[in-house]
Design a protein around this ligand. Sequence first.
Ligand code: NAD
Length: 433
Amino acid sequence: MKISVIGSGYVGLSTATVLAELGNDVIGADIDKDKIEKLNNGIMPIFEPGLKELVERNIKEKRLRFTYDNKEAIQHAEIIFICVGTPPKATGETDLKYIEAVAKEIAETVGSYKVIVHKSTVPVETGEKVQKIIGENVKEGVDFDVVSNPEFLREGTAIKDTMEPDRIVIGADSEKAVEIMKKVYGPIKAPLIITDIRSAELIKHASNAFLATKISFINAVAQICELSGADVEKVAEGMGYDKRIMRAFLNAGIGYGGFCFPKDVQAFIKISEQYGYDFQLLKATHDINEQQKELFVQKVKNTLKDIGDKKIGILGLSFKPNTDDMRFAPSVYIIQELQKEGAKIKAYDPEAIERAKSILNDIEFCKDSYEVCEGADILLLLTEWNEFKELDIKKIKSLMKNPLIIDGRNIYNPEDMQKEGFSYISIGRKDVV
Ligand code: NAD
């Protein structure tokens, strides 16, 4: 099938590449010329495991190409996926300006029937808005259908998630469009949920809001663990064996970040407000998440007393492992708060340093974890990259000024750290000092 994907970020690029891999004739488009030039030269604009090989193979086999000319992409396709960003406004509402611009461009360009699929995360009723924009601007007699097909991939496993999704949601009010979408996803084995457009849009916001709430819930439990002397890891394990609860997303830490949970929780609160419902549970989810970062900074302050002359080593900057994404990463807030107190920051991340450089100032970026540890008064662990779980702890101790770690992701065992001679503070567990 001839498919175009407008917006070649984490979602668009993964979608375009996987659809090409399934045998379709795909064009990926983006207004960011630099991104498109990189892609056409085999350079990936984002870090995503497995992406480069798949892009290269599909370009070579002529199933995939990239353009910064949206019109070319729109004319090429029978099915157009919209995967542009939906950033938050200062108020927390979703800014739909990119979606609206693409909808207008599609309307002005198409000359025959198209299925227009919005994959970006959008507030309920956006499908109708897109329908209206296209309907008002399209040439007379040109037919089209709008479909909501929200994306659930996770950065770091985007290709696998796109190839093997837990489910595929198709929201449409046209039988014809549903049949075309079934054909697109035919080769992928996953439960297909066919519904109306509004329900599809809500499935996405409700899912992300629920996952964020699960994280905030265990973070709140972690506070009770600290106050009562219990161990949140054991509590989460004990809860997680219950099939109605499950262990995933019960990881206490410094809170969620990234381009999805923070903005989607805020957007869902706003959407609810607009319908006249006060979604108090989600407000608490958000507040607990903010508090979690503040509590972590407080732990550092309580431990170091005077931060002013201290050298603080940071392991992990990206909002989660296996991505270079720094958007709404908790590390940014934590580092900036410590810098306000005069701390000297040294930091390392396996993939996110380049992106971090454009957000954070006055940081000594290091080539590896051990360089971070050299002369550090304290080590803060902010992202649970696998390579941090396998560090030579004895070497770290020999390099640091003080053997002191505050682990925001609970990756080490407190007793082991005590045996190695560290003072070790983590989240929702007894401090070892
Ligand atoms: P992104 O910022 O990585 O990519 C968006 C791309 O759209 C950018 O490259 C931008 O240049 C491009 N763009 C903007 N306006 C354009 C236009 N008029 N024409 C062509 N391209 C244009 O964003 P993302 O992370 O891929 O997210 C996209 C959407 O998918 C968002 O709504 C997000 O909430 C949702 N989503 C993201 C994830 C994720 O893990 N990143 C997962 C599921 C859903």
